[in-house]
Ligand binder design. Structure first.
Ligand code: MGD
Ligand code: MGD
Ligand code: MO
Length: 783
């Protein structure tokens, strides 16, 4: 007999009386994080300055925008964690490095490494002692500059993580282009690159067409593969508000994410008094991993059926035919495709019933204004681009682009990942930008496309990298195929990491290696006696200033901008049009150069910033201007997908998704707890459907090895994961990123954008022997 799902044996369940997402637990957790970092919370001046234009600083956590009238403390639990983590009193000093070899530190956990606190001095690797020694900035710049200058530019890789400011990112790409490379692997290549590539194919722009105002007017919001409660908690306030005014929220997610089920807004007194919260999702569809294409085409199929019926019988049409006619191409082919698709196939690929998908379609038909949001559950798939196209089809059918209360909303990750791309971090920049760069700086930019993250990893595997320089982030911990790539890193002549805290990427190093500590966003950045402002672009295209508030963690820190300027001066021959020091003395000068290279996007950059503190970049699709080849928006769909293939997957194959816990920011692990999933004290868990646990002869609590089912014949596995019963579809598994990254091949990526397929990893499970468990847990305990 099939095992019945019982709430009390499942993790992450929302029982009737359980605490909702958010609520008092959220307030308590916020305070605890400040206490842990020894930063006083109550009345903390810093938190009053967060996300306020004109003189405040931008939260270093996610890319969700600020409201036009920010509240007195416009932040969320996880933003506060990020600030506390940055403002910590703990320091990773030269004395710390004198006490530990890198080999020893490699056995430490990610949490333990970053927990040491802020880096204080520039350091250089000493191969004789296997330790980092302090070095002065001038020597570091000279040595790195000499080595980069001696490298083959095609073999230099400049990585960027999305916390970097527009100004630092702009100089970073200038530095790269002057060296003669276009190798700009970017964290976005593991994130929303899928969107950046696929969205313009549909509507001509790669960014959100919504603003916060649209969320206030939408009457139906679809959430595909995105966990707002943890990863963009400030979005929860809007969803909460939308539900209270009667809008619908339709969620597609294999996992039941607690905050998307029910949420108490910490900024709403009534919720806090009752601690009951508001049901967020009016429909929650636990789609099979990778099943979104089928699910959306199923929704469209039903909408088409209703519309066809209205046409034939004189009823009210539900598709916006006037819009489709005037603004789009490809509708008929898409409509025919959906009409012909059988429900049997849709149900099989999506894992959802026809009835469930018809209900979702009805919500769409009831709504006048629909917004679709999506995150990593959509982008990190082999068919990620096709996923994005289907979401856009759903919007286009109703004319839901270019009017108030409707639109496409990719929910971006890092606080400035979008801005970094806008100002020029791109491995295949277009001619318009490159010729402006040439003109502005008297250089000749390389036109040949460079490396993204996947291509950079492949170059490493072939030992074709001479220098890797990382602007922030934790490249070697974020990527796929780590066990294969690490042994090659020691062959790289030079690795340089610019960072705020110690992480694994600083321990996996080349023949010569440097660790350069940077100012963080919360800190005052004074250049020639003047406090500087940097800018960022949030996930809805608002460019705004950010000014650090607290004293730097160490007097030896330099700003990212000053570091790039130092490297530029040391590496490159003098150029009359690029005075690195002059640029770094006043960041407004860098903004003038950004404007010079993109005069339309950034016209009057400094003036607009001074006038309002924030301005919105034009998004043509908001005005129904389609910057595609045809001048129209496109209905796109994969023709060969959802084939009539009756073969069943092999009995012991599962699809694994990798996700973030509530107490982590990417590779930064704040703690081992995930309150929203009832997982405490460990991240080494494997979420599994109880029926699968039984059917495959396991028990909750068993420790297992996960083996990748790879087509390239390479053996990949990770061990020591404890099975927990979880409410997710059969044959689907969940575990934390980056613990499972070693299962992913660099070749597993979205076909067009090369985005890492972190959400559908084919695996087999093996029960670990008692001896193996003991060996593993022994190892874990010592970490
Ligand atoms: N506190 C905190 N905030 C963050 C981050 C953080 O780590 N911590 N990271 C930042 C960054 S860089 C990013 S990119 C964003 C990430 O934010 P999200 O996009 O929310 O990222 P994930 O945690 O990876 O979760 C993706 C969601 O997709 C679901 N999912 C997985 N596979 C599928 C599928 O096939 N179909 C559907 N429909 N759903 C699926 C998962 O169950 C999960 O709920 O958050 C940013 N903000
Ligand atoms: N399997 C799997 N893999 C994934 C994902 C997944 O969902 N599943 N998600 C992918 C995604 S969406 C992303 S964005 C990447 C994340 O990849 P990255 O952006 O490379 O990683 P982070 O963990 O955000 O980087 C954290 C480090 O950044 C440094 N840092 C923090 N603030 C600053 C600063 O202000 N300046 C500088 N210079 N350094 C700073 C600190 O030293 C810290 O240790 O991972 C990707 N990898
Ligand atoms: Mo991301």
């Amino acid at each position: 007999m099939a095992h019945e799902l019982k709430d009390d044996e499942l993790h992450g369940q929302q029982g009737e009386n359980d605490a909702p997402g958010g609520g008092w637990q959220s307030v308590k957790a916020t305070e605890q994080h400040f206490l842990r970092e020894k930063v006083p919370f109550v009345g903390n001046r810093l938190m009053l300055k967060i996300n306020t234009p004109n003189g405040g600083f931008e939260c270093p956590s996610c890319a969700w925008p600020n409201p036009s009238k920010p509240g007195p403390a416009e932040f969320c639990e996880n933003g506060a964690k990020a600030v506390a983590w940055e403002a910590t009193r703990a320091r990773t000093t030269p004395e710390f490095f004198a006490d530990h070899t890198l080999t020893e530190l490699l056995a430490w956990s990610d949490h333990a490494l970053e927990k040491q606190g802020r880096l204080t001095h520039p350091m250089r690797y000493n191969a004789t002692t296997d330790k980092y020694d302090p070095i002065d900035w001038a020597t570091a710049f000279r040595e790195i500059g000499d080595k980069v200058a001696a490298s083959d530019p095609k073999r230099v890789e400049l990585y960027t993580s999305g916390r970097t400011s527009n100004e630092a990112a702009f100089l970073w790409q200038l530095y790269g282009r002057m060296i003669g490379t276009q190798n700009f692997p970017d964290c976005s290549n593991m994130c929303h690159e899928t969107t950046t590539v696929a969205l313009p194919q549909s509507i001509g722009v790669g960014k959100a067409t919504t603003t916060l105002d649209d969320f206030e007017h939408a009457d139906c919001i679809f959430l595909f593969g995105q966990n707002a409660g943890t990863n963009s908690p400030r979005m929860m306030g809007l969803l909460h508000e939308a539900r209270l005014r009667g809008a619908e929220v339709i969620t597609f997610n294999p996992l039941r994410e607690r905050a998307l089920v029910k949420f108490a807004n910490p900024q709403t007194p009534k919720d806090m008094l009752t601690n009951h919260g508001v049901p967020i999702s009016s429909q929650y569809h636990q789609v099979r991993i990778g099943g979104d294409i089928a699910a959306i085409q199923g929704i469209c199929k039903h909408i088409l059926a209703v519309d066809d019926d209205a046409r034939d019988n004189g009823g009210e049409r539900v598709i916006d035919h006037a819009f489709v006619e005037m603004h789009t191409q490809g509708f008929d082919a898409f409509a025919d495709h959906c009409r012909e698709l059988s429900w049997a196939r849709i149900e099989r690929y999506s894992g959802l019933t026809r009835q469930a998908l018809e209900e979702a379609a009805q919500a769409w038909m009831r709504a006048e204004r629909v917004i679709c949001c999506w995150g990593m559950g959509i982008t990190q798939h082999i068919r990620g681009g096709d996923n994005v196209h289907q979401i856009l089809n759903l919007l286009l059918m109703g004319g839901h682009i270019g009017r108030r209360g409707a639109g496409a909303c990719p929910v971006r990750g890092h606080s400035n990942v979008q801005g970094d791309r806008t100002v020029g971090i791109f491995h295949k920049s277009g001619e318009a930008f490159l010729s402006k760069m040439d003109e502005t700086f008297g250089i000749e930019c390389v036109r040949e496309h460079g490396h993204d993250v996947a291509l950079c990893c492949e170059a490493m595997l072939r030992d074709e990298v001479d220098a890797f320089l990382g602007m922030g982030g934790n490249f070697f911990r974020a990527i796929a195929d780590q066990a294969r790539i690490f042994p090659h890193v020691e062959n790289i002549p030079l690795t340089v990491q610019i960072a705020t805290k110690l992480n694994r990427s600083h321990l996996i190093h080349g023949k010569s290696a440097y660790l350069l500590p940077a100012l963080a966003r919360t800190e005052k950045d004074v250049q020639v006696g003047v406090e500087q402002t940097i800018t960022i672009e949030d996930g809805m295209c608002n460019v705004q200033g950010s000014k650090g508030q607290i004293d730097p963690a160490s007097k030896h820190l330099l700003s990212e901008i000053a570091i790039v300027a130092g490297l530029g001066k040391a590496t490159l021959a003098p150029n009359a049009k690029v005075d690195w020091e002059w640029l770094a003395e006043d960041y407004a000068r860098i903004r003038d150069k950004i404007e010079a290279t993109q005069p339309e996007t950034f016209h009057d950059f400094n003036a607009r910033l001074a006038a309002t503190g924030v301005f919105h970049l034009d998004i043509a699709a908001r005005d129904r201007i389609w910057q595609t080849d045809s001048g129209k928006a496109h209905f796109l769909f994969p023709k060969e997908h959802l084939a009539e293939d009756d073969s069943q997957p092999e009995d012991d194959h599962f699809q694994l998704l990798s996700i973030r816990g509530h107490d982590q920011f990417n590779t930064t692990v704040y703690s081992y707890d995930d309150r929203y999933r009832d997982i405490y004290g460990t991240r080494m868990v494997l979420m599994m459907n109880p029926r699968d646990i039984e059917k495959h002869g396991f028990e909750a609590g068993n420790r297992v090895t996960l083996r990748a089912v790879a087509s390239d014949g390479i053996e990949r596995h990770v061990s020591g994961f404890k099975i927990i019963a979880y409410d997710l579809p059969e044959r689907c598994l969940g575990a934390y990123y980056p613990e499972v990254n070693d299962l992913i091949s660099v070749a597993d990526r979205d076909a067009q954008s090369n985005t890492i397929a972190g959400k559908s990893i084919p695996v087999r499970l093996e029960l670990m022997s008692t001896e193996a468990v003991e060996a593993e847990t022994g190892m874990l305990a010592s970490a």
